[in-house]
Design a protein. Structure first.
Length: 383
């Protein structure tokens, strides 16, 4: 019995030792090191390094819901919506900053719209409901001062020329010739002086080797920026197919709590490079606006614009009447416009914007007089 007990005890001890050894042999694998996303502060807020690269990426955009009205179509809309997503990539190279942007955008609701930031979203009827028609609204790349792709024309927004871009202080901007085109441009900016130029694809059907072109020169001196620009339109379908030229000059001036802008324009016919966002171009125009911080998270602006001798066009309300419809012929009609805007930002990245716009155009020898009042109330969340 003692021998039997001894054998059983020895066997149990051996199993226990074997089991402990087997358990000790199973070692959990060490977790692989994880490369957490690193903040990239070399190009501004919101950028992060793409893991494993030295390229910085930022995703930004906004969503808005807008209620608006327009006396031209005598109606209002309560379901106009826009969604925009920007994807920006940046990296440093021995030739300067390498950058690119892809912008995806959709506008939909009771009435359609265009890519123009001063578009009237109630000008064309489309489906009241349904999914948004997403599209690539912009796509461009840049190396140093060399810029190319599909984006705003250099007439409206030349890269790295600061306050010399855009129109008035409102989102609409009044009449300053906004357009988007395929283009290639270059900007040199010394910090005080800047010069920029571009070649751009003409609108309409291309049946020649013609190209549009722009040029701008200016400088910033303390709180003042001054500039002069010119645009050559090789073949504008709003005109009679002939070339046209636009000239613009401007002053942006910091005045205490606000900023004042004074812009002047001349065009020798219906061109893309002019002082209107509508279907016709004025021969002469002057625009003035002032915007300032009103406190309590409020920002306000007012502006006015004068137009002289609108050129006849072959589309829209700017068409000349009667038998005299030469599309690059002056109508003899003058006009003026006024705007006001108020923006409240109750919390970061959320704004409530109200804008009101009025335009009045006189009757010309072969032009019908017209006036229009439009406005909107917008709720926007940016990110």
């Amino acid at each position: 019995m003692k021998i039997k007990s001894l054998l059983l005890g020895s066997a149990a001890a051996m199993f226990a030792v074997s089991g402990a050894s087997a358990a000790d042999a199973i070692v959990a694998a060490e977790p692989e090191p994880v490369e957490y996303v690193r903040v990239c502060d070399a190009f501004g807020n919101g950028y992060f390094y793409i893991p494993g690269t030295e390229t910085c990426l930022r995703i930004s955009g906004y969503v808005w819901f807008q209620i608006g009205a327009d006396s031209d179509v005598d109606t209002w809309s309560s379901n106009t919506t826009r969604a925009r997503v920007n994807i920006d990539a940046r990296s440093d190279t021995e030739w300067g900053e390498l950058a690119s942007r892809v912008r995806v955008q959709a506008d939909w609701g009771s009435f359609g719209s265009t890519n123009d930031p001063s578009y009237n979203p109630f000008s064309q009827r489309v489906s009241n409901n349904g999914d948004g028609p997403a599209r690539i609204d912009q796509a461009w790349l840049r190396l140093g001062g060399l810029f190319m792709g599909y984006s705003e024309s250099y007439w409206a927004n030349a890269y790295n020329t600061g306050a010399s871009n855009w129109g008035s202080h409102t989102w609409g901007g009044m009449g300053y010739g906004y357009d988007q085109k395929h283009l290639m441009g270059y900007t040199y900016n010394s910090g005080t002086f800047f010069v920029a130029g571009s070649i751009e694809q003409p609108d309409g059907i291309r049946d020649s080797w013609n190209v549009d072109a722009t040029g701008k020169i200016g400088g910033t001196f303390g709180g003042a920026t001054v500039w002069l620009k010119v645009g050559y339109d090789a073949n504008n379908p709003l005109g009679d197919g002939d070339s046209g030229t636009g000239v613009g000059a401007g002053l942006a001036l910091d005045l205490g709590p606000g900023n004042f802008r004074l812009l002047g324009y001349y065009a020798d016919g219906n061109t893309d490079y002019q002082a209107s966002n509508g279907p016709s171009t004025p021969e002469w125009s002057a625009l003035a606006s002032y915007g300032m911080d009103l406190g309590s998270n409020l920002y306000g602006s007012i502006g006015g614009q004068w137009y002289s001798n609108f050129y006849c066009a072959d589309i829209g309300p700017a068409s000349c009447t009667g038998s005299n419809k030469g599309v690059n012929q002056g109508s003899g009609a003058d006009g003026w416009a006024a705007e006001a805007a108020l923006v409240w930002t109750p919390v970061t990245n959320f704004e409530i914007r109200a804008e009101l716009f009025y335009i009045d155009v006189d009757k010309g020898p072969n032009w019908n007089a017209y006036d229009s009042t439009s406005g909107f109330l917008r709720f926007q969340r940016s990110f």
